[in-house]
Design a protein around this ligand. Structure first.
Ligand code: GLU
Ligand code: ZN
Length: 543
């Protein structure tokens, strides 16, 4: 068989050669250990945490090695595509502040970055494989293949296009030409020389060495519409994008022998591979892969709407990726996860379990370390999108809001009550006069309104002065307590409970609830300082 003639017959319009492609997409000339990684989603729309985690890993590796991170869109499966899928996916990644060096909209020297725009590249490589006798056209129809499968089932043979079932493997040039001239449909198949009884050893960066049976199926490289399935496309793409580490879903492991055969057939040097275990979630008693459909808390927009800081989620990913990150971060609380050295070898071999409580916890700690000004700016950004009333309010009272947010912040043990920006309003609303209208008071031990009024009037007329410093303020509270029959400290009360109606705790609670309506607030002295005399009086008189 004259394979060159066959290649010309099958791909008459392809004039480029793989040498041309080598020149067009040269090696990147990066230093050793500098990694080129990519994230290669289908354009099926918004990202969920599983996608974001799967893109966090290659992004982090590219950044920490001074390499390149690529976003490539795998749109060869036309059924799964949605409109604007690329833009939506990209905007989610950008919201997470992933630094993407090359992507479909920005471009780059190794593009296009959308698979359906790369058909000439695939066909060039396909033509090359035909020309060296490693690929051939197959004219089997769906019916032929169904028929073959039925025979295989009846004979209890393995299913697939292999061995003596490869009907089209040895068609002559003349036969092929006749059928092509006849406009018969064909697909291009790999001429496998694998042996199912032999094994290959494959080195995975996470799992280590894996032994798998060789591939012996003549799988489809290019479909009759000219579009390649995933396997052949990824080989061409990762080679000509000069990717050095392929990170992808663990479900591809079983196809690795076929992929290895393809890389070798093309004569391309294989990159390193890291197969990622899915992010799992507990569902009743069982554990399953996280799903956009079943798990609303898996959608990226869920966190966006709640206003969980993107950095907190990335810190969570960092703890998932390398178990030693947690300890490092405790020792380096003011560093960025970017300063940590991630490695594939420290990744779990059993997969990660999604844990919403952990995200919340990380987020609380993260927000607690921000300056009041940063919290303010983040809150403002969040409210611009999700709470226009709050936006107006905190813009109107900018400095006041920053001071409010600074209560028990920017200190050694800062407050840790906010886990996300959507929660902040419920912690600070009472600081705004115009929102403090008909509050629900959370009275505690002292709940008789006459007694409450008596204490408050005494306090406001005879004790409280806005200019008092913290110690004086507290001292006066003690005097007020004793005057009304309450111990000036908890110790006195505990020693002689029968001598008192209660303790200073009950008295300060009355003031706290009268002024904020809440039984739990951060530092009451600071709250009162911010509210000011006039507003404190107004609130007391409201009762
Ligand atoms: N497009 C593939 C997917 O969404 C990605 C495979 C890869 O990363 O190589 O599963
Ligand atoms: Zn065939």
């Amino acid at each position: 068989m004259n394979y060159n003639a066959l290649a010309e017959l099958l791909y008459p319009n392809i004039k480029t050669t793989i040498d041309d492609l080598e020149k067009k997409y040269p090696e990147r000339g990066l230093k050793e250990n500098t990694e080129v990684t990519r994230f290669a989603p289908s354009p099926t729309g918004r990202m969920h945490l599983g996608n974001l985690y799967a893109s966090f890993i290659p992004e982090v590796i590219a950044r920490q090695t001074g390499g390149v991170f690529i976003l490539r869109i795998e749109d060869t499966d036309q059924k799964r595509i949605i409109e604007n899928g690329i833009e939506l996916g990209l905007s989610d990644l950008e919201h997470y502040k992933y630094i993407i060096d090359e992507h479909p909209i920005k471009g780059g020297n190794y593009g296009p970055y959308v698979q359906t725009k790369r058909l000439d590249i695939y066909h060039t490589v396909a033509k090359y494989l035909v020309s060296i006798g490693k690929a051939y056209p197959c004219f089997c129809s769906e019916d032929d293949l169904t028929h073959m499968r039925e025979i295989q089932e009846k004979r209890k043979d393995r299913i697939g296009y292999y061995g003596h079932y490869t009907k089209c493997r040895n068609l002559s040039y003349d036969e092929i030409k006749k059928r092509i001239d006849n406009n018969e449909k064909w697909v291009l198949r790999l001429k496998s020389n694998g042996d199912i009884n032999k094994t290959i050893i494959f080195k995975d960066l996470i799992k280590g060495n894996i032994e798998l049976p060789e591939n012996d199926l003549d799988q489809v490289l290019v479909k009759s519409d000219g579009i390649p399935p995933y396997a052949f496309a990824h080989v061409c793409d990762d080679h000509y994008m000069r990717v050095t580490i392929v990170t992808r879903d663990d479900s591809y492991i079983s196809s690795v022998p076929y992929h290895v055969e393809l890389w070798n057939a093309c004569g391309f040097k294989m990159p390193k591979f890291a197969h990622l275990l899915p992010l799992n979630i507990k569902d009743g008693d069982s554990i399953r892969k996280i799903s956009k459909r079943k798990d609303p808390q898996a959608a990226a927009v869920f966190y966006h709407q709640k206003g969980v800081p993107v950095e907190a989620i990335k810190l969570y990913f960092a703890t998932l990726m390398n178990s030693n990150f947690d300890e490092w971060y405790i020792q380096n609380p003011n560093k960025s996860y970017r300063d940590f050295e991630f490695s594939f070898s420290k990744m779990s071999k059993t997969g990660a379990l999604f844990d919403l409580d952990k995200i919340i916890n990380i987020s609380k700690n993260y927000i607690s370390r921000l300056s009041a000004k940063d919290v303010y700016n983040n809150l403002l950004n969040w409210s611009k999108e999700f709470d226009k009333d709050l936006e107006r309010l905190i813009e109107k009272y900018k400095d006041y809001t920053i001071k409010t947010l600074n209560i028990e912040r920017e200190q050694k043990k800062p407050r840790k009550d906010f886990s996300c920006y959507s929660e902040i309003k419920e912690y600070i609303w009472y600081m705004y006069n115009e929102l403090f209208i008909t509050p629900t008071y959370e009275w505690q031990a002292i709940n008789d309104i006459n007694q409450i009024k008596e204490i408050l009037n005494d306090y406001i007329n005879n004790y409280f002065k806005i200019e008092d410093d913290k110690d004086t303020w507290f001292y006066k509270m003690q005097v007020l307590s004793e005057k009304h029959g309450y111990a000036k400290n908890v110790k006195d009360y505990k020693e002689n409970p029968n001598n008192y109606k209660g303790s200073i705790i009950d008295i300060s609670m009355v003031i706290r609830v009268a002024i904020t309506s809440k039984s739990m607030t951060p530092n009451l002295y600071e709250i009162m300082q911010l509210l000011g005399m006039e507003e404190i009086r107004r609130r007391i008189n409201m009762l």
